[in-house]
Design a protein around this ligand. Structure first.
Ligand SMILES: Cc1cc2nc3c(=O)[nH]c(=O)nc-3n(C[C@H](O)[C@H](O)[C@H](O)COP(=O)(O)O)c2cc1C
Length: 186
């Protein structure tokens, strides 16, 4: 797909089915993530690929984190829902920022770069005909999730990218750039 067409039309897909991206598609996705803008070339991007049965382990981890966050186990129905969250797509990519102390590059810039790499991967998925959605939530900030995923103290999760075969695509809103842009001074 032409680059501008992908950039202008990318959208999120909630309903994601198997199969997940092929090995070649996934490599293209990660390569796109590695082209995010990056002050001082600190390469703050970390990606964790979770698929197959490992998604069940992620579900357990989310449940552990939720229990710790609330100080009590959720009821059976909520627990089942939480456990099932990672099963909403054949592939989940956890995107994290690896923060390096640097006098010229504050943490926020490194987190932004990790966010940019997530967006690059979203567009690369779309450009290859895949469906994807970027998800987050309070649990991604929990220490239980960080520890469970093997993240270091200087790493922060910026999102969970769910990817798979697009089930039902939604319409892309036609926004007018003029509503978001102004010249300065006016
Ligand atoms: C940092 C971030 C976190 C997000 N977290 C969620 C989420 O937890 N759940 C959700 O449904 N959408 C979440 N979204 C929004 C969707 O990824 C998506 O962008 C939104 O539904 C708009 O659809 P579109 O991308 O097709 O315009 C998040 C987006 C960003 C940038």
């Amino acid at each position: 797909m032409d680059a501008l067409r992908a950039l202008h039309n990318r959208n999120s897909v909630n309903l994601l089915e198997s199969p997940g991206p092929s090995a070649e598609q996934l490599k293209n996705i990660f390569k796109a993530g590695l082209r995010a803008c990056d002050h001082k070339n600190l390469r703050p991007w970390r990606f964790i690929q979770i698929e197959g049965d490992a998604r069940h382990q992620l579900g357990e981890l989310l449940l552990t984190a939720k229990t710790a966050m609330d100080g009590a186990e959720p009821d059976a129905e909520s627990a089942a829902k939480l456990r099932a969250k990672p099963l909403r797509a054949p592939l989940v990519i956890v995107v994290a920022a690896h923060i390096t102390e640097h006098e010229k590059v504050p943490e926020i810039e490194q987190i932004l770069s990790a966010g940019a790499s997530a967006q690059m991967m979203m567009v690369a998925a779309f450009a290859q005909g895949l469906g994807a959605i970027w998800r987050s939530g309070a649990l991604m900030f929990r220490p239980e999730v960080h520890q469970g995923l093997g993240l270091a103290d200087n790493e922060k999760i910026v999102g969970f990218l769910y990817m798979g075969k697009a089930g039902r695509a939604k319409r892309v809103p036609r926004l007018d750039p003029a509503d978001f842009v102004r010249s300065w001074p006016e």
